[in-house]
Design a protein. Structure first.
Length: 300
């Protein structure tokens, strides 16, 4: 199998309903990002997708930068106005993904609010059965981020795809081959789960990876537990958290993953605000080193 460094690209997420995402992309690409994931929060917010795609393609220009994944993060399983907007955004992104060159649409599953996780599975199968077929007809995949959004097995507002047992139930309910995961170690660490055995078990279902990490303060866990007043864990930019990204990328390669790791910024408690891009570029360079550095061709 021929391999090179760019089999796994290192990129970043871009807020697609910000005032001018194309201008943002023009400013950050010189730092060395190799891919971008434009994403929306709950609704497209009136964004005209063909225009956005054209503007982003123009901003990328001749740079070797890909858009493999588009994101929409909301709750498409419920019936409030924003929930219906989220569901329609899934449909629109599937229909317009080709304009971006994207092959995957990612987001939360949604869930029936404030009910045990298994209660959401029939509605999940109904909604994403239709979306999975719509995506498959266009050669696209659907990937669910493993973010709990403060939910648990018993209750929650946003997502059921945050637990390995839930993944088994989801993929039993919807066994379509084009339905998988947008994985990151951050949320697993936050649940005190070792992400590495899980990663090895689930690589065939991992369609996209978020570059986000976490730091666990084990002294707080030992003294106060995880439900006390003291924060026991923090989301981090890669390179500042507890994950071994060299091991993660090695396992991804061995498992046949080809795609991007797009940094999810705006969460690190230190490298944020005026230090946001400082942290993201440090994370970019860290992930490139963990990938093995620049590709060096073998002697002939």
């Amino acid at each position: 199998m021929n391999q090179n460094a760019l089999d796994i690209r290192i990129g970043t997420m871009v807020k697609a309903n910000a005032p001018d995402p194309a201008a943002y992309v023009r400013q950050i690409l010189p730092h060395g990002f190799e891919s971008i994931e434009p994403f929306f929060w709950q609704t497209l917010g009136g964004v005209h997708l063909p225009t956005l795609a054209a503007e982003l393609r123009d901003a990328i220009g001749d740079a070797d930068v890909t858009i493999s994944t588009l994101g929409i993060f909301g709750n498409p399983l419920e019936e409030e106005a924003l929930d219906r907007d989220t569901l329609e955004a899934w449909r629109q992104l599937i229909d317009h993904a080709h304009l971006f060159g994207a092959t995957t649409i990612a987001g939360f599953t949604g869930r029936l609010r404030n009910r045990p996780l298994p209660d959401s599975l029939p509605r999940f199968r109904q909604v994403f059965g239709e979306l999975a077929k719509r995506a498959a007809d266009k050669g696209l995949r659907i990937a669910f981020e493993n973010c709990p959004m403060e939910g648990s097995w018993a209750t929650g507002d946003w997502n059921i795809a945050h637990n390995p047992r839930a993944w088994t139930m989801m993929f039993d309910a919807l066994p379509d081959e084009n339905v998988g995961l947008e994985w990151e170690p951050c949320h697993q660490l936050y649940y005190l789960i070792d992400p590495m055995p899980q990663l090895r078990d689930w690589i065939p279902k991992i369609f996209h990876v978020h570059g986000k990490d976490a730091s666990v303060r084990w002294d707080v866990v030992r003294r106060h537990g995880v439900h006390g007043a003291e924060p026991f864990a923090f989301h981090r930019t890669p390179g500042f958290g507890d994950s071994d990204w060299s091991a993660i990328i090695s396992d991804l390669r061995q498992g046949g993953y080809r795609g991007s790791i797009d940094i999810e910024g705006w969460h690190d408690p230190v490298y944020r605000d005026a230090l946001e891009m400082t942290g993201q570029v440090a994370g970019l360079n860290h992930l490139k080193r963990c990938r093995g550095g620049s590709h060096v061709p073998n002697p002939r």
